[in-house]
Design a protein around this ligand. Structure first.
Ligand SMILES: *Cc1c(COP(=O)(O)O)cnc(C)c1O
Ligand code: SF4
Length: 432
């Protein structure tokens, strides 16, 4: 491996054509390989040589958490769907027929959860502003057109509709001036969150075209960039041809007097074990940017309290700030990856209890749902009924933020919409 990772390793993507050989390396038999390939026809597959050579422990595959982070699992989708697509692959079905079937399966997978499309796209001159979401008064989300891919794809990703090239499922914009004008016209917006995909797959020059105009807006206080590049391709910050330009851009944002936050997606402590991953993180914080970290809780990837505790401690040691532990959203292969809320809460608490106050900046488990971000605070008893205690950390309706509320305890509930009010109580806030 050392030869391959010289001073300036070049990014090398691995995708469908490489999948069968990699599945064989993980020890899958012919039938499971066919089924995993069928899944990869529906949900996008992409990884890269760094993830494959440096992060995955192949001796432990296919159970290795980092393997499970990026590789399609043969039983990730409903059995009937996998069987159907696998049979088509085996029999060499006509590409057009395969495409139609795959499309039909995708549309059943709730491609835009959390009411993303219907509720959050603002109107500008009566037209929906593509690539913009304005859900919470202070924060605008922006999806740059060139940032709608990632250095590798997480098997559980809820942004997958952005990657699969079905025009109806995508939402993105190339309009840097539209973004600037929107924020300028909305004094309540103090924070812009650039997201994707991964905005750091864009060249530094393209990213700068979106970011720099924002620095002219006096009421803008922070710029956030959601990224998994620190984990999937740390060379982006070290030796890529425009790594220096990227760091200079970060430096300019910081010197403009704004908070620049990289919202680093870290799923597992192993992502911080490589020397390049550690150097990349240090390099970013060296510009004055803050790295805040978040990830969903995923069955078979990071569903051990110990892993979260180690992850948060490592992050703090390297100067980063733990931010959110998310509950996996109600989209795509949720059935496969979900951890019930009751279990997620126990696990969060167990991990939280093992870290110092410096890592207790983390909040979780958090559901990013249609009315807002809801945290599960615990399980208690109210008037003889077992109950979840919850509160909104963020809400479309700011009046809901920070007020505790109850829901009937249900050991199997996995999402806000699975929860019911206590007997005799009104509807849950935000859902009434
Ligand atoms: C999480 C999120 C934000 C940012 O919320 P913070 O609580 O400020 O981190 C903004 N918009 C959407 C749609 C989000 O899901
Ligand atoms: S890095 Fe984020 S957007 Fe990219 S595949 Fe993973 S979860 Fe999806």
């Amino acid at each position: 491996m050392a030869a391959q990772y010289g001073d300036r390793p070049a990014f090398r993507a691995l995708s469908l054509p490489h999948l069968d050989a990699l599945l064989a390396r993980a020890g899958l038999d012919a039938q499971d390989r066919l089924r995993a390939r069928a899944v990869a026809e529906v949900l996008p597959f992409r990884t890269n040589a760094y993830v494959v050579d440096e992060l995955i422990d192949w001796r432990a595959a296919p159970d290795d958490p980092l393997y499970r982070l990026v590789f399609p699992q043969p039983d990730m989708l409903p059995r009937a769907d996998v069987d159907r697509v696998a049979a088509m692959l085996r029999d060499g079905a006509h590409p057009e027929r395969l495409r139609e079937d795959v499309r039909e399966i995708r549309l059943r997978l709730n491609p835009h959860p959390g009411g993303q499309r219907d509720h959050n796209t603002p109107l500008v001159d009566g037209e929906p502003a593509e690539g913009l979401q304005h859900k919470y008064p202070e924060t605008v989300l922006f999806f740059p057109r060139q940032g709608q891919t990632c250095h590798a794809y997480c098997s559980y990703c809820f942004r997958w509709p952005q990657f699969v090239g079905e025009p109806d499922l995508r939402m993105a914009s190339g309009d840097a001036e539209g973004l600037r004008a929107y924020v300028q016209a909305h004094p309540e917006v103090t924070s812009v969150l650039i997201t994707g995909g991964d905005p750091l797959v864009m060249s530094s020059a393209v990213l700068a075209r979106y970011v720099e105009p924002l620095l002219e807006i006096p009421h803008l206080e922070s710029v956030r960039i959601g990224t998994k590049a620190l984990s999937y391709w740390p060379h982006r910050f070290l030796t890529d041809p425009d790594a220096e330009d990227l760091l200079r851009l970060f430096d300019r944002v910081v010197r403009s007097g704004r908070n620049l936050a990289l919202m680093g997606h870290y799923s597992h402590p192993r992502e911080l074990e490589t020397d390049v991953a550690q150097r990349a993180l240090r390099r970013v914080t060296g510009t004055g940017a803050v790295v805040r970290c978040q990830a969903p809780l995923i069955r078979g990837v990071n569903d051990r309290a110990e892993d979260w505790a180690v992850l948060w401690r490592r992050l703090v040691a390297l100067g980063a700030v733990p931010y959110y532990l998310f509950v996996e959203r109600d989209t795509g292969p949720q059935d496969y990856f979900a951890v019930p809320l009751a279990r997620a809460y126990e696990l969060f608490r167990e991990a939280y209890a093992q870290v110092s106050g410096l890592a207790r900046t983390v909040r979780g488990p958090i559901m990013s749902a249609t009315p807002g971000k809801v945290q599960v605070d615990g399980v208690t008893e109210v008037g003889g009924q077992r109950a979840f205690v919850l509160h909104y950390v963020q809400a479309r309706d700011p009046d809901l933020v920070g007020r505790p509320f109850f829901a009937a305890f249900d050991p199997d509930a996995r999402w806000l919409t699975d929860l019911k009010p206590l007997e005799g109580a009104a509807a849950l806030p935000g859902l009434g």
